[in-house]
Design a protein around this ligand. Structure first.
Ligand code: BTN
Length: 275
């Protein structure tokens, strides 16, 4: 993968090696450990197999050997905290672009907040985490570095559906099936690094509205009937817009709007079910 990198920042941290593991619990967990040990921005951690892959909302990201790309980037963004959620949306845009460049698949879309989907099925996901830091380093007081943000991306490349729980089997898809051709894991990882670096640059250069526009252009949500689950509450309505800070605005059937900052969103199908 490193020989394919066309980046200036990602994968090129001075004095810190990138890591490619056969088996890890979670690339996000390992990247967090490295960040706590002072790893510089740009370090990449990849694994062929995760035994404790993490998804959003405390869920498990099932990560059989060789079945997917499991990759994490250590970032240290000098961005206002309010802008950090945008990094996760930006990563969705980057991943959709990297997939198109590597496989030709141009029907990869984004479902708020950061699911990669094709034909209504999930192909990948993004998990941004801020690892807890030793006391005193949280706000960077004892460190010259910004606090880390771990950007983890999982993309299904080739799945054996038998390895997934029955309830997931008709809700997921994978790139080699969609593209009808083999996908080179390392090429996709390198393309992902380049595209993440590009959107990260946009964010650092203040191009927030461009990123939100790019996200909207790839969105399957806007204009669709949705059900959002956030904390204990469920909201049904029409996905109306994405705010400048990446929240989803839902138009309610009786009038008015609700802005959802975190949670899960399902789209309503023609038969009235949600998926
Ligand atoms: C989601 O729930 O949609 C997010 C899934 C993110 C999975 C990736 S795989 C690489 C990285 N390491 C993890 O443990 N999780 C993320």
């Amino acid at each position: 993968m490193e020989s394919l990198l066309a980046t200036r920042l990602l994968g090129r941290a001075a004095n810190w090696a990138n890591e490619l593991w056969d088996t890890l619990d979670s690339t996000n967990e390992r990247a967090g450990e490295l960040a706590r040990a002072g790893a510089r921005e740009g370090v990449i951690v990849m694994a062929r197999h995760q035994t404790g892959g993490r998804g959003r909302g405390g869920r498990t990201w099932i990560s059989p050997e060789g079945a997917g790309l499991y990759i994490s980037f250590i970032l240290r963004p000098a961005l206002p905290p309010a802008e950090l959620p945008l990094m996760s949306l930006a990563a969705g845009v980057a991943a959709a672009r990297a997939i198109k460049l590597t496989t030709g698949a141009d029907d990869i879309a984004l479902k708020w907040v950061n699911d990669l989907v094709a034909g209504g099925k999930k192909v990948g996901g993004i998990l941004c985490e801020m690892p807890s830091m030793p006391q005193g380093q949280a706000a960077g007081q004892l460190s010259l570095e910004q606090p880390p943000l771990i950007l983890g991306i999982g993309i299904n490349l080739r799945l054996d559906l038998q390895l997934l729980p029955a309830e997931l089997q008709d809700r997921v898809d994978w790139l080699e099936r969609i593209a009808g051709a083999e996908v080179d894991d390392n090429q996709l990882a390198a393309a992902l690094a380049a595209q993440v670096e590009s959107v990260y640059g946009d964010l650092k250069n203040g191009l927030r509205s461009k990123l939100v526009q790019d996200w909207k252009a790839l969105s399957v949500n806007l204009g669709r009937a949705v059900r959002a689950t956030t904390g204990d509450s469920e909201i049904e309505g029409t996905a109306h817009d994405i705010t400048a800070d990446g929240a989803l605005v839902i138009a309610l059937p009786g009038g008015g709007f609700v802005t959802v900052h975190a949670g899960d969103v399902m789209l309503r199908n023609a038969d009235g079910s949600y998926a």
